[in-house]
Design a protein around this ligand. Structure first.
Ligand SMILES: CC(C)(COP(=O)(O)OP(=O)(O)OC[C@H]1O[C@@H](n2cnc3c(N)ncnc32)[C@H](O)[C@@H]1OP(=O)(O)O)[C@@H](O)C(=O)NCCC(=O)NCCS
Length: 193
């Protein structure tokens, strides 16, 4: 059941954003099984079985119920006949009761059209409406230029740059962005493996 939340359903110029539903499983699985999406985000676990996707959607639904904001599924506002499915996912999720994490991933067929920019701006606005007391943060690898431009476009600034703890790739650099100065306790947790 979709919880009553002022931000549970919204739209941007191109997208409709709403909480996930069980029927989204195949579309979300296609996203999480796509090696092109994984290549841009090596920390993502590639899905090989729709049961993994179903568990993830259940966890997203639980976050919506608990926090009143979480991960949206994005579809096109004006789909053509061939593209009524899942464009991507993203939103802000509360981590350890202490900060929002901004995240997003879109199907490659929609890259480069400004969809991530729209989704990220909506997500930051929603998080600020629901829990303005919590900082909005994003963690990304320095090599992920589209992601960095997206979070910076949504108003987050670079707060930390350093080695990506736990990353087997030599020299991997982690960036932490946030909409405000972060307490050292939060920064420490964000920069752990
Ligand atoms: C990151 C991602 C969501 C961007 O989606 P997108 O819809 O193509 O992004 P947009 O078209 O909205 O562009 C957002 C910004 O990224 C820039 N950008 C997009 N693709 C780019 C590319 N290939 N190289 C450099 N910059 C790029 C855009 O110019 C824009 O910046 P600007 O507003 O300063 O001009 C998408 O590439 C993706 O899903 N990647 C895989 C998953 C991932 O990396 N998620 C983030 C994990 S932290």
């Amino acid at each position: 059941m979709t919880p009553a939340s002022p931000v549970s359903r919204t739209s941007t110029p191109r997208l409709v954003l709403r909480p996930p539903e069980p029927a989204d499983r195949a579309g979300v699985f296609a996203l999480y099984a796509d090696p092109r999406v994984l290549a841009r985000d090596p920390l993502l676990t590639r899905h090989t079985d729709e049961a993994q996707t179903a568990r993830m959607i259940d966890a997203w639904s639980a976050a919506w119920q608990r926090d009143g904001m979480g991960t949206w599924v994005a579809t096109l506002r004006d789909p053509d006949d061939d593209d009524a499915g899942v464009v991507g996912i993203g939103g802000c999720s509360i981590v350890q009761g202490s900060w929002w994490n901004l995240g997003f991933r879109l199907a490659p067929r929609h890259w480069g059209r400004g969809c991530a920019r729209e989704l990220a701006a909506a997500a930051v606005a929603a998080a600020r409406l629901v829990r303005p007391d919590l900082p909005v943060t994003a963690r990304l690898l320095e090599t992920n230029v589209p992601s960095r431009r997206t979070v910076e476009g949504a108003g987050l600034q670079l707060r930390w740059r350093g080695p990506d703890a736990g990353n087997p790739g030599p020299g991997a650099v982690r960036l932490v962005h946030a909409d405000r100065e972060l307490p050292s306790s939060v920064l420490e947790l964000l920069t752990r493996a």
